[in-house]
Write a protein that binds this ligand. Sequence first.
Ligand code: AMP
Ligand code: ZN
Length: 464
Amino acid sequence: MRLYNTMSRSIEEFVPINEGKVSMYCCGPTVYNYAHIGNLRTYIFEDLLRRTLRRSGYDVKHVMNITDVGHLTGDGDDGEDKMEKSARETGRTVWDIAEFYMKAFFRDEEALNIERPDIICRATEHIDDMINLIKRLEEGGHTYISGGNVYFSIDSISDYGKLARLNLDDLKSGARIEVDSNKKNPKDFVLWFTNSKFKDQAMMWDSPWGRGYPGWHIECSAMSMKYLGEHFDIHCGGIDAIPVHHTNEIAQSEAATGKTWVNYWCHGEFLLMGNAKMSKSSGSFVTLPVLEGEGYDALDYRYFCLTGHYRSQLRFSYEALDAARSARKGIMERIADAKSEGPAATDPSEKAREYMAAFDEAMENDLNAPKALSILWQMLKDNGLSSSDKLAAAYHMDGILGLGLDKAEKKEETLDAELQALLDERTAAKKAKDYKKADEIRDKLLSMGYAVKDTPAGPVLQKM
Ligand code: AMP
Ligand code: ZN
């Protein structure tokens, strides 16, 4: 297995700390709103990584946190508490908000065939672990108290910012963000707040420093070390976590233990909306339930994500999603055809096994999903393979792709064939300039629950 490591900025051979085992931590969602499909792209990438590691024979222990303590709208210590803001706007309690969006997140993950992490840990259930870690940092001389808050002093360590390769001399973070006059260094960050900017903060706990709540970064250090130990293999997240969140996680974890914390740092690139990162704060974002409401299957979105490498930006558009949907449909049809001819081969031919090996190799080479998908297509189109071989190879590949190929049903095809015939008839009518007939067919399709959408690649049907 070869993986790009953000720490070294290069693709490295993956060598686990303990032979045959992988310990992996992924930063989970902040549950104050629906996850948008950009967030979900990151979780799909992490799912591909876990599935590929398992395929390579590793016993993977995957831990993910749920940030149900509202962290602030800024990555630093600036901005508002996201959970409190959402509670205020909706009139619900912060606890209800967290519960509601956590459930919504798991529903999205399930619809996308994202496998559940082995351990899911909620920040609110690990406050003691965070307090103990802060105490350890305090004993090591890495903290100071100012304005009622406990801060981590980045000048207490020698290598702050090594992941992001920050040039500390150039940093004038105070220039961009709200300056916290309590900080000795603008890059210092809060470990424990007692002095809330917001009156009547709903989530507060007792601590040696007074009643308050944890800073955002400390939860990932405390929970990952609790479940994976003080030194583990892989830490994942989206690239936006590199300069602040992961940088601060490393600083406090390594300051506490005095040793390297994580061996491989893996980051997924952004999903773009237009030319900008899809984000909740910009207000320009799409959720999975919105796509589903428009007639897409969640797995059409998963397929769309597979068409881009996780380290490349991927631009979302409905045209691209339509293309992903018709490609996935094409695969499902081929699988349904093969299924109607009998079961998958238990002892696939050498040629089928060659395809499987090429697929695994593409995934093991820094998760090259676009290449892996092209190998699936090549295999399905290979006339030299029997249907049972094709099924065996496709199911093997789907163990990583997670497109639900085993669910392909021939019966879908009768309806599809009828729809396709109508669509073809409409295209022919339009070509013959018989617009009346074309409109009649469009209306018939509408009455069957399908809207016709003309795209540069030809007309496509959208389930309503
Ligand atoms: P959050 O719930 O805001 O903490 O984000 C959850 C995960 O989604 C984090 O790993 C982020 O880095 C990632 N993320 C946020 N925006 C995007 C985006 N536009 N594309 C891909 N990943 C993203
Ligand atoms: Zn984290």
